[in-house]
Design a protein around this ligand. Sequence first.
Ligand code: NAD
Ligand code: UFG
Length: 348
Amino acid sequence: MILVTGGAGYIGSHTCVELIEAGYDVLVLDNLSNSSRESIHRVEQLTGKSISFIEGDVRNGDILNVLFNTHPIDAVIHFAGLKSVGESCENPIFYYENNIECTLKLIQAMQDAGVKNLVFSSSATVYGDPQRLPLTEDMPLSATNPYGRSKLIIEDMLRDLPNADRLNQAAQPWSVTLLRYFNPVGAHKSGLIGEDPNGIPNNLMPFISQTAIGKRECLSVFGGDYDTVDGTGVRDYIHVVDLAKGHVKAVDKLLSENGIDGVQAFNLGTGHGLSVLELVNAFKDCNQVDVPYQISGRRPGDVAACYADVSRARDELGWQAELGVRDMVKDSWRWQSRNPEGYSDIMM
Ligand code: NAD
Ligand code: UFG
């Protein structure tokens, strides 16, 4: 059984579908601070399987201990965390408190229970301002905002665990997989689950979809004077279903005979960069909808371009992205147009 913290969220819900389809039993712990119980119902509808769902906070060590004592948990995927860069700059204490304490409580409970297989949701943000592209996992790490720093601190904390295992000659050592996501977009092809941001979206794809459906008047393209193909920012967009499948491969590897030795990081992206305007134009063309936009000033903290070298994930996890930009924009639009208010209509 796999414990999925934050499993009601955007990436977590898609990963639950893929885990269940791969034959794993799933136990979700989520405090629903940025998600809805409805996403779990939809995953159940999609897979035809019921999910053990616990509404609770990962910072609550008592809940964790009960879960480890009452379920045959083999590995944990740890998605739970806060993820808005802007909000983290306004309220860094909140971000450090939530993201770091969740992980501390989780690894303590895992150690106590003797369950030492962990997949952690890291981010390409740990590469800071890229010195060289494409980004490989061994490049220098840095943080440019409190959200990114929380990911970096957690990665560092996790890197200390195998060192302690060696000193303590632990019979059962830690196996930790750090998955560094590039830019997750898209939704399940059923249109039943997708990204449901609170308030005005910070990220590009939900802003495009909400503009296309008329909830937002106009997309601001942040910067038209970068040294890129058309002057707009370039990112490595990855379909969330591909990303979810990457988690299944990571769990398969952790639980296999020749699992992960200590801590290992993997980039999950496509390896290809796409500019803001290329993504906007693909969305318009594939979905035959209009997306009014205007070029505005650069967003502070943005880098010109960021994309992954994905060879380590391909060679060592046997994973690579299969879905392209057409799938990303079509699936995002299907989710948005079928659920204009996200999950919230159902919650009323
Ligand atoms: P999300 O907000 O949709 O999902 C996170 C889930 O964690 C939510 O369901 C939320 O309710 C839950 N949660 C938060 N704090 C909790 C706590 N203390 N206890 C229990 N549950 C808690 O976000 P997502 O996009 O699915 O991201 C999942 C993970 O991936 C996060 O750790 C995020 O930082 C990381 N990540 C996301 C992106 C991205 O662009 N979406 C990129 C890189 C990394
Ligand atoms: N952009 C716009 N207009 C918008 C929103 C974004 O032009 O309204 C542009 C940005 O300037 C950037 C690109 O679209 O060039 C992508 O921006 P996002 O905000 O969607 O994504 P980021 O690359 O800034 O960051 C995302 C997550 C971070 C994560 C990072 C790497 O938000 O949490 O990917 O994984 F760390």
